[in-house]
Design a protein around this ligand. Sequence first.
Ligand code: SF4
Ligand code: SF4
Length: 448
Amino acid sequence: MKLEKELSPHAQAALEQIDKCTSCGLCKEVCPVFALSLREAESPRGKLNLLNSLLNGGLNSTAVGVDIFNRCLLCYACQDACPAGVQTERVWIAAREILADQVGRPLAKSFFLKRILPSPRLWNLAFNIGRRLPGRGESIKLNKRVLPKPAGNRIDDLLPEELLPEGEPVGTVAYFPGCMLTEVFPHVGVKAAEILQRLGYRVITPRERSCCGAPAFNNGDLATGRRLALRNIELFSRMDVDAVISPDATCGGAFHHEYDLLFPTGSSMRSAYLELREKVKDFGDFILDRLDSGSDVKFRNVERRITIHDSCHLNHLQKKADVPRRLLSKIPGIEIAESPLSDVCCGFGGSYSIYFPGESQAISKRNLENFQAEDGGIICVGSPGCLWRLRSEAAVMALNVQIVHYLEVIWESLLGAEKEFNLVTQNNADISDKSHSTEDLFNNTNTQ
Ligand code: SF4
Ligand code: SF4
């Protein structure tokens, strides 16, 4: 490929990772995309080789290159499996950035990233339009693409900006639910804030927060990602809080990992970013610390047998797979049944599920089959993206399982007796209602 423009410093640095690869192929064994297609070009090793060839002029920059680099869930299982330490979390984003720079993006994607995502007015409008579109279960279909359907209310309609605990607060936290818990699963997002309140915290959910930027930089649009990140850094740096808490593993991962790429050493916002990063905590990690340091909250007995799906951005990005297990094991009556392959990606992958709905669905199906969930069983996830993808597929498969964020089980134990109890809050439909099957939304037609 003849490079039309110079590579950004970020892309240059990321590509140095390619040289570390020894072609051992161990990453192929853990890649869900390769497991499905068995095409070397779609494996992590194949993609590294392809990128190397593209940049060294051995291959032509055709749309094939663009398509291949989008065929990745950004699950980062390959990074964890690599004995040579290739940081694929840097390479895959850089590859998308380079391809977009050199070849361009489809018009609709460019409009979404450059116009809709960074504009709070248009971003809200997009969700409001989504609310009105006819859906099946928790999904809508738009121009052959399957998307999460926004719930009737946003979290900001259900949760006051300031939530006060009973008695003197032990501290103040800023709450960052992320777009999925704000728009698609607001009732789950509210439960996270109520748990923090129960632990004695004053919880502030600032209305001016922005998307963390993951949809932008994960699609190689670092400029838009940086714009959104800057807004969040400026907002949370102004707040006098002990911590900034997110129960969305993707957003938490973004603050700790991708923002680090966006504000490298030497950039003017680096010190403000590092100061904020100290305060950004994963929801589960934060409450685990609080409980281990002598909180007097009492867990009510909950008799449930639970299987855990390790959400990739909690597991491979934030290295916190143990957190849901340690938290849930504090609840009397909870039995955790480990499942083989519980750490395989659910198939969501953000835009992957939109562009490759057939493959995304197939990966989710395999995932649910691996769980061999018992009738009426419960699968806990650590991220709302997994919640949507696995629930959608469970509905298609007509499985009688409950799929919940693990925080909902904690909420059940701490607060369920006082509130009108409902472990699974379905926003749009009852998952067991076959008339709401999402099957016809997924037609195995890949769209790019
Ligand atoms: S595991 Fe690492 S070194 Fe081995 S082929 Fe994959 S990227 Fe290369
Ligand atoms: S990030 Fe996940 S889907 Fe992408 S190449 Fe690595 S293992 Fe495969």
